[in-house]
Design a protein around this ligand. Structure first.
Ligand code: INI
Length: 153
């Protein structure tokens, strides 16, 4: 037997946690995620958005939101750009492991929609530019995971 989630309209509320750092990029990711949720049948009224200072702060708030029991999935959006910082690796590493941990602790999908890029051009390309919109992809991933978890019972 094959277990796989699909993209049918899910029930339940979704949360987005977005970093304000590099907001010119992240605002586009948020737009993409909201569009992606809407196109998969999630009404705007069923989506809450929380803003944090930077990507490093995302996991804590994702976990807190997950622990409320009010959400079927949390979508994390940020942009970590190497050119801007010499602590890129620490911020990126903290975000990756924190988000994985939040998902396992809360038992709901906590989706990694954080761009890790060499420069601003690369980031903009992935935030609605020629490489698509990672926020939209993160929304579709969230819907698929919610539907898979529902199927698994
Ligand atoms: N946060 C980001 O989301 N992206 C970055 O590129 C970034 N840089 O370059 O430093 C960044 N730093 C802030 C970090 O996320 C925390 O907010 C800060 O360290 C306070 O904990």
């Amino acid at each position: 037997m094959i277990h796989e989630g699909d993209l049918t309209p899910p029930t339940g509320r979704f949360a987005i946690v977005a970093a304000r750092f590099n907001s010119v990029v992240v605002d586009r990711l948020v737009e993409g995620a909201l569009d992606g949720l809407k196109r998969h049948g999630v009404a705007d009224k069923n989506v809450d958005v929380a803003y944090v200072p930077g990507s490093f702060e995302i996991p804590l708030i994702a976990q807190k939101l997950g622990e409320t029991g009010s959400y079927v999935a949390v979508i994390c959006l940020g942009a970590i750009i190497r050119g801007d910082t010499d602590h890129y690796d620490h911020v990126a590493g903290g975000a990756v492991s924190g988000i994985a941990s939040a998902s396992l602790k809360t038992g709901i999908p906590v989706i990694f929609g954080i761009l890790t890029c060499e420069n601003m051009e690369q980031a903009m390309n992935r935030a609605g530019g020629k490489a698509g919109n990672k926020g939209f992809e993160a929304a579709a991933t969230a819907v698929e995971m919610v539907n898979l978890i529902k199927k698994l019972g």
